[in-house]
Design a binder for this molecule. Structure first.
Ligand SMILES: *Cc1c(COP(=O)(O)O)cnc(C)c1O
Ligand SMILES: [Zn+2]
Length: 446
């Protein structure tokens, strides 16, 4: 194919290729996931990562302003005219020595990549800007997603910015109100299904197929291209250096997959010297990746992933009538659609996986808050995981670490308020009741 970019099946036994003008969420030949692959020789990729810094000087150009499209040569699958942007990716990498000290990490080493600063308050905007740019390119008129909350908020925002209709499928009672309020406010058509996220995911795929609707879940390979830029921005903010570790929560495993692909491509292009290690953190109540990777030793294996192991595991979940449960609703997923791509990322990045309890998550969340950056529960799984990785020596205290705080603190105020109000943990900070009396108030000020 002579195009700059095309779609290719990740199954090495298949490898079927498709034009980017096609809208696919699986390989029509074998059903596997698809990748976006570039013909780098035809793309004018900068010689070094720091060349992208020139775009800071021309940020009156909307694409240079975007924290995603500033790196557009590294996701060159659509023309500039169809690129959709609402200013996503203005995020910060915060050096947090206070939190580092609490955890026993050396000063100057622990960084928090705060994706809550995106227009809809989560990292999902990085992917949505890319998916809707592709949707615009192919002339889609309606979009849909299954969501634990943030995907729907982000989809509704981006759908309206480019005039597409959108429908959200959510599970009953499984969504944080901050997130649901967003998609309703942005005018998303919301359908609440009596089931969990995995049920919604299955239904939305069938609905999209039957009604020819554009699916923006992370099965959509274009979405993951946008999410690669989270890694580019970390490198940018480290003065174009690569950290030793990236830590990310794992739900549907789109983010971890995108990060692995980003580093794979940067290395191939000679834009980075080394690939960081990747830690993917599950919640204990939704620990499919951890079980498969650590207990069943499932590996990428050059693309020949052992499907039998996956099928047997899922059959067990079905037999137990298992439904995932964690307070970190964004990662309450037991059948992650990007499992195989994530295994590839773990292979590329010499990765590790672990699961943390809800108690560890809410404590870590409060600690992150104490040190000046809030986040939602799923994001705090990173710091909860880091504690284990430091304790068992996997991560050394002098290593340079970047934790991806995936969503804004105000996404899920219920978890936060309950933690503090009911004094559930060591960092609880409950409000103190007081009579409407000056002397009584002054007593409490000491
Ligand atoms: C979607 C989401 C996740 C999970 O990311 P995956 O790519 O599905 O693994 C984690 N945290 C937040 C805040 C999210 O919105
Ligand atoms: Zn295939």
């Amino acid at each position: 194919m002579s195009k700059l970019a095309f779609q290719r099946c990740i199954n090495p036994g298949c490898g079927a290729e498709f034009d980017c003008s096609e809208t696919l969420v699986e390989c029509p030949k074998c059903g596997e996931l698809l990748d976006i692959v570039y013909d780098w020789d035809k793309i004018n990729v900068p010689d070094k990562m720091s060349d992208f810094a020139k775009r800071w000087g021309t940020k009156d150009n909307r694409l240079d302003f975007s924290g995603v499209w500033r790196f557009r040569e590294l996701l060159d699958f659509c023309p500039d005219e169809t690129k959709v942007s609402i200013g996503e990716g203005q995020t910060i990498l915060q050096l947090n020595d206070g939190l580092a000290k609490d955890l026993g990490v050396s000063a100057g080493r622990l960084h928090l990549q705060y994706e809550g600063m995106n227009p809809s308050g989560s990292f999902k905007d990085n992917g949505m800007t890319a998916a809707f740019s592709h949707a615009t390119m192919v002339g889609a008129t309606a979009s849909a997603c299954a969501s634990t909350g943030n995907t729907s908020a982000s989809m509704a925002l981006y759908a309206h910015s480019c005039g597409l209709k959108c429908t959200v499928f959510i599970g009953s009672g499984r969504i944080a109100f901050g997130k649901l309020s967003q998609s309703m406010d942005y005018g998303g058509h919301t359908i609440q299904i009596m089931g969990d996220f995995d049920d919604c995911m299955k239904q939305v795929q069938d609905v999209c197929k039957q009604l020819d609707i554009y699916l923006v879940n992370s099965l959509n390979p274009f979405r993951l291209e946008g999410q690669k830029t989270i890694m580019f921005r970390i490198i940018e903010q480290l003065g174009w250096e690569v950290p030793d570790w990236i830590i990310v929560p794992g739900g549907n495993l789109g983010n971890s997959s995108a990060f692995g692909k980003a580093f794979m491509e940067l290395k191939q292009l000679g834009l980075i010297g080394k690939i960081p290690r990747l830690a993917v953190i599950n919640a204990d109540g939704a620990r499919t990746l951890s079980d498969l990777y650590n207990d069943k030793k499932l590996r990428w294996n050059g693309g020949n992933v052992d499907q039998g192991t996956i099928d047997a595991y899922y059959a067990e979940l079905t037999a137990k009538n298992f439904s995932p449960h964690t307070c970190a609703s964004a990662i309450e997923i037991s059948r992650p659609v990007n499992l195989k791509k994530c295994l590839r990322a773990l292979d590329v990045c010499n990765g590790v996986v672990l699961a943390v309890t809800d108690e560890e998550i809410v404590n870590a969340k409060a600690q992150i808050g104490l040190h000046g950056l809030g986040c939602e529960p799923a994001s705090a799984a990173t710091i909860a995981g880091l504690k284990h990785l430091l304790a068992d020596g996997t991560i050394g205290k002098d290593e340079r670490i970047a934790c991806v705080l995936t969503g804004h603190q105000l996404k899920d105020p219920d978890v936060t308020v309950n933690y503090h109000k009911d004094s559930q943990g060591p960092f609880s900070n409950p409000p103190v009741e007081c009579a409407n009396d000056l002397d009584e108030i002054i007593k409490l000020m000491k």
